[in-house]
Design a protein around this ligand. Structure first.
Ligand SMILES: [Zn+2]
Length: 252
């Protein structure tokens, strides 16, 4: 199911039901049920990054292969520590930076790229957007900031909060970006303790392939060190997003 099919289906149902309702064969309350089903499906599309309801999304790889992704940076305290851990373990990750913050720390963005990691767009402001114009501004300005700093146009986009809407999808299509999701939220930003982050990843490791962390949480670098060790111990192959998705991170 995707957005287009849902709308065709909904219009089809209404066209069939309206004459039947007006002729008194069925009650009008059926329309409420239809509206409810429509809203639930739409909600799933908006909040489930893996639904691919509005736009194709890379969000999981092969079982046994795992990649590391970091959102909301770059952070002058945490990002360098995350980079240290990744360098020591020889792991290549993907960083989805917020344009407004990247602008303040361009040297960190350049360092991420210089160390062989991928940088992707996580919008300019990390706000909720409701209009087409606002979505386009967020996506395009995020692209421009990264391009200005590293001299290459990013291909990867990750929506803030994992929320996808028709407006954001349209803005992404315009920029010809690929949406990169995840199949495990480490919840490092919310739980905030190293132990809790490790426990959550450990409990879900066998079925997880794309891990989401935040390089803004001070406990993440230490948790990351242990999680990488855990992956290696469990015989998992650590891969990068370009390897896993087959999508190149930059378009020039
Ligand atoms: Zn975010």
């Amino acid at each position: 199911m995707n957005y287009q099919r849902l709308n065709i289906l909904a219009i089809g149902f209404v066209l069939i039901l309206l004459p039947a309702i007006s002729l008194g064969f069925i009650g009008w309350k059926i329309l409420l049920l239809l509206l409810l089903a429509y809203s639930i499906t739409l909600g799933w599309g908006v909040f489930d990054i893996g639904s691919q309801f509005f736009i194709p999304t890379f969000w999981r790889g092969k079982r046994g292969e795992v990649s590391f992704t970091f959102d909301d940076g770059p952070d002058p305290e945490v990002t360098p520590k995350v980079l240290d851990v990744l360098r020591e373990a020889n792991v290549k990750a993907a960083f989805f930076v917020i344009g407004r913050i990247a602008e303040k720390h361009p040297e960190l963005v350049r360092q991420i790229v210089a160390e062989g990691h991928a940088v992707g767009n996580h919008t300019f402001n990390h706000d909720y957007v409701f209009s087409k114009a606002a979505a386009e501004k967020q996506v395009t300005e995020g692209q421009e900031v990264i391009e200005k700093i590293i001299g290459k146009k990013p291909n990867y986009f990750r929506p803030p909060f994992g929320v996808m809407t028709p407006e954001i999808a349209s803005a992404i299509r315009k920029e010809k970006c690929a949406v990169i999701g995840w199949d495990l939220r480490s919840q490092d930003g919310r739980i905030r303790t190293k132990e809790a982050t490790i426990r959550r990843v450990k409990n879900n490791l066998k079925k997880s392939t794309v891990l989401l962390f935040h390089d803004t949480n001070p406990t993440t670098p230490d948790a990351l060190r242990e999680i990488i060790h855990l992956c290696k111990q469990n015989g998992m192959k650590i891969v990068s997003i370009p390897e896993q998705s087959g999508i190149q991170p930059y378009s020039n």
